[in-house]
Write a protein that binds this ligand. Structure first.
Ligand SMILES: Nc1nc2c(ncn2[C@@H]2O[C@H](COP(=O)(O)OP(=O)(O)OP(=O)(O)O)[C@@H](O)[C@H]2O)c(=O)[nH]1
Ligand SMILES: [Mg+2]
Length: 247
């Protein structure tokens, strides 16, 4: 199927984005239309973790560059979006910030279902919050398998002197479950851009691998099911002449 801008649509969930269109003459004097598309990825990311570890603070810092010293507990979940451009690829992030309070735990599947990435947050000064991350990893791997990109985040690194979770232990654990570990401070705005950028690159890679597998007919799962959108980003040149069109 060929899109309006001449881009080849690779899957049912694909959307092409026309970023520029112009008319010029080629070397033979024929009038041609040049249309350029970019790849558009739409990813869903969920934040999970115990109450008060800083999930909302991380999202607010990332999306709005704000920080609040007060803890305003999240009820159920909240939702923010962010648009990025990574090496010519456009990424739309839908970020779900969930409530950490135990009474909301059962709502988890509503928010992590169909997620491409999960950010599991603990507070480096609170050992229990790290144990809670381990519970989330078990649940996510059981419910979603290996297709979801997992990030384990030790937040509040500005409180290094009060650290109760060893860096070595956290990093070794993350590696053992196929997750990546990150260190952040929402308060001091440290490590957050890097966290989201790295996650986006990993999700793009996963999506492209899935897409190639689908192209080979070896997988019907993955990308389409999880709403990832990929398009060909090659500039397309189309002849605009009627009978003279080369097709
Ligand atoms: N020192 C320090 N405090 C932080 C940091 N991030 C968040 N906080 C504080 O920790 C408290 C809890 O932050 P939230 O972002 O509301 O925590 P949460 O995980 O969203 O909590 P729930 O919504 O109840 O699940 C607030 O008082 C924040 O100001 C940080 O990096 N450093
Ligand atoms: Mg919150």
């Amino acid at each position: 199927m060929v899109g309006a801008a001449g881009c080849l649509l690779l899957s049912a969930c694909v959307r092409d984005v026309l970023v520029s269109e112009g008319i010029c003459e080629d070397r033979t004097g024929m009038v041609v239309t040049i249309a350029t598309c970019v790849t558009l990825f739409s990813f869903k990311v969920v934040l999970l973790g115990e109450g008060c570890v800083g999930k909302t603070s991380l999202v607010l810092r990332y999306c709005e560059n704000k920080f609040n010293d007060k803890h305003i507990t999240t009820l159920q979940a909240s939702f923010l979006t962010k648009k990025l451009n990574i090496g010519g690829k456009r990424v739309n992030l839908a970020i779900w910030d969930t409530a950490g309070q135990e009474r909301f735990h059962a709502l988890g599947p509503i928010y992590y279902r169909d997620s491409n990435g999960a950010i599991l947050v603990y507070d480096i000064t609170d050992e229990d919050s790290f144990q809670k991350v381990k519970n989330w990893v078990k649940e996510l791997r059981k419910m979603l398998g290996n297709e979801i990109c997992l990030c384990i985040v030790g937040n509040k690194i500005d409180l290094e002197k009060e650290r109760h979770v060893s860096v070595q232990e956290a990093e070794t654990y993350a590696e053992s479950v196929g997750a990546k570990h990150y260190h952040t401070s929402a308060k001091q705005n440290k490590g957050i851009e890097e966290l989201f950028l790295d996650l986006c690159k990993r999700m793009i890679e996963t999506a492209q691998v899935d897409e190639r597998a689908r192209g080979n007919g070896s997988s019907q799962s993955g990308i389409a099911r999880r709403g990832v959108q990929i398009i060909d980003d090659e500039p397309q040149v189309q002849s605009s002449g009627g009978c003279c069109s080369s097709g």
